[in-house]
Design a protein around this ligand. Structure first.
Ligand code: ZN
Length: 347
């Protein structure tokens, strides 16, 4: 792991890049966030939906912009509490999780064909637009966790790239934003114990591999046992569910596991991957949650953590549907639950 001075560890190292010039308004908005807020902070950046993939690609790149616009149009989010990352993470920061070789090859647009294939974005992965989009998502995930530590609860409009390993990406994930965030905050001494709660329908294999031998991070994955990845990694706690598992059984399993880990591990922070590919109609999922089940899941997870005084940063994770408006609405259950519990917990 690279060494950081105390001063340089205070924040992600910015690189010279155009997005540094954007959104001074949001920097100012952050300066008064010590005050009580009317709604939970939400993190978003237009690069999340950078139009870089060919038409018809399975990864729903446009959905993140739709999540942002739905949240605003439905009044779920206070526009004054939408925060944007203002700098991209440095290569040194990426090396907290990823190998030098992978960081340099990806950021330099020189990934070899084997690693390009595993990511699943094709040759687009070499373009500056996709590189910037990937880095912006990491920056947003870090900012979300920082806001959660400050306010108790914050959600991103993207994030949850849990299939990324130290030396390669996989399954539409290139850099592991959750792992980078946990490592950075641990390195900075801002937290001592992080729970990464992964409820995406696919196992969080990259995250599990990163933290296999690191007791400060607990990885809990509840997923469809028969789904991707075929070769699972060992999380600290894995629960593989049978195809077709529906609301009642699913929610019982999640409630039991989360309760157990919150009490036994006592995290300072929860990073929650709220993938909605657990939905009955998801194109890649094999579980059977209804809209009501998703809503109950988000309320259950947030209420459990906030009820124990543990800050939570929420990330949208995976979700696949040809109808992106429908898909965005599924993802927004996370933010709706955050808005409701923000009030109920008096944050
Ligand atoms: Zn997934």
């Amino acid at each position: 792991m690279p060494s950081y001075s105390t001063a340089s560890a205070a924040a992600p190292q910015p690189t010279a890049h155009p997005i540094q010039h954007q959104e001074r308004r949001n920097l100012e908005a952050r300066s008064d966030t010590g005050l009580s807020l009317a709604a939970p902070p939400v993190v978003y950046h237009p690069l999340y939906s950078a139009p870089v993939l060919p038409p018809g690609h399975r990864f729903p790149m446009a959905v993140f912009g739709l999540i942002h616009s739905q949240l605003l149009s439905e009044g779920v989010v206070d526009p004054r509490q939408v925060h944007m990352p203002t700098a991209l993470p440095s290569r040194d920061l990426l090396r907290l999780v990823h190998t030098d070789d992978f960081v340099d090859a990806f950021c330099g647009g020189r990934l070899d064909q084997q690693r390009v294939r595993r990511i699943g974005f094709g040759e687009v992965v070499h373009t500056q637009a996709l590189i910037d989009r990937t880095l912006a998502e990491v920056a947003g995930t870090i900012l979300t966790a920082e806001l959660a530590l400050e306010h108790g609860l914050a959600c991103n409009a993207a994030g949850g790239t849990h299939h990324a390993f130290p030396d390669h990406g996989s399954g539409f994930c290139i850099l592991n934003d959750l792992a980078l965030t946990a490592q950075l905050l641990l390195h900075q001494g801002r937290v001592k114990r992080v729970l990464i709660l992964d409820l995406d329908v696919h196992q969080g294999d990259g995250t599990a591999a990163v933290f296999r031998d690191q007791p400060e991070v607990f990885t809990l994955s509840v997923h469809a046992a028969s789904n991707f990845p075929a070769r699972k990694q060992a999380s600290d706690l894995d629960i593989g569910l049978a195809d077709g598992t529906a609301d009642e059984e699913y929610l019982g399993v999640v409630a039991g596991a989360l309760h157990q880990v919150l009490h036994s591990f006592a995290p300072d922070l929860v990073l929650y991957d709220a993938g909605v590919d657990t939905h009955l109609n998801d194109a890649l999922g094999r579980l059977a949650l209804t809209d009501a089940g998703l809503r109950r899941r988000e309320l259950l997870v947030l209420d459990s953590c906030l009820g124990m005084g543990v800050p939570l940063a929420g990330y949208v994770g995976g979700g696949y549907d040809a109808d992106l408006a429908v898909l965005a609405r599924r993802h927004c259950w996370l933010h709706r639950a955050a808005g409701q519990l923000w009030k109920e917990h008096g944050l």
